[in-house]
Design a binder for this molecule. Structure first.
Ligand code: SAM
Length: 216
């Protein structure tokens, strides 16, 4: 999978997440899953919290050789929305970008074939989640460290297509096993598909599908 060109200005770097090990681990996981992704022939792919746009652009670049899919990205930070759009265009793909809080305006059912989320996951005081500075939105996970990501968990089975896949980046402190059990109760089967220890963090990529679609 090709790594997209990302050009964030110094000004943008004040608020937009600079692609890091977590972003690239998610891209690695998608690359390893390309065969699975081709099998489900995704029509609409969604990234929540796209930041620079590096991940959704990498996916769009990889899939465009095989399918005519649509790519949608959401971010709460307007600078990130602009960066995502630009990253997609300079890499010759097109991502539709929505400036939005999580899945607030998404009401469609069973629409997305691939959903990606590399959420803010760092352990902080819960009040910090309420800090509206955009750079905080890139990493502040709240007291349970799952305060932000947890807000969308129950929506995932409602908006994911029957054969669809949901990819989530977490760290050890988020308790991946607990998250897997939460999704099990929501009728989704999940597993750890990639993990990596980096400076001061243990990262995991979790992948989920609906139980009736049988985990690949
Ligand atoms: C860890 S960064 C990941 C950025 C990018 N996906 C990557 O992997 O490089 C988290 C992203 O989620 C966005 N974000 C945080 N809270 C959000 C919310 N409530 N709604 C939408 N996006 C949010 C942040 O602005 C940031 O771009």
């Amino acid at each position: 999978m090709e790594t997209p060109i990302v050009n964030l200005s110094d000004e943008e770097l004040k608020t937009v997440y600079d692609p890091s090990e977590d972003s690239y681990l998610l891209i690695d996981a998608l690359e390893a899953d390309l065969e699975v992704l081709h099998t489900i022939k995704p029509v609409i792919c969604l990234e929540i919290g796209s930041g620079s746009g590096v991940v959704i652009t990498a996916l769009a670049m990889a899939l465009k050789k095989y399918h005519n899919a649509h790519f949608i990205a959401i971010d709460i930070n307007p600078d990130a929305c602009r960066a995502t759009k630009r990253t997609s265009l300079i890499n010759s793909v097109d991502v539709n970008v929505l400036h939005m809080n999580l899945l607030d305006c998404i009401q469609v059912r069973y629409t997305f074939d691939v959903i990606l989320f590399n959420p803010p996951y760092v352990v902080t005081e819960s009040e910090e989640v309420l800090d509206n500075r955009f750079i905080f939105k890139t990493w502040v996970g709240g007291k349970s460290d799952r305060q932000v990501m947890e807000q969308i968990f129950t929506m995932i089975p409602k908006i994911l297509s029957d054969a669809g896949l949901f990819y989530l980046v977490v760290i050890k402190e988020n308790d991946p096993e607990y998250i897997l059990s939460v999704f099990q109760k929501l009728g989704m089967s999940g597993k750890i598909i990639r993990e990596r220890k980096i400076r001061g963090e243990y990262l995991y990529i979790l992948r989920f599908c609906k139980v009736r679609s049988k985990m690949r």
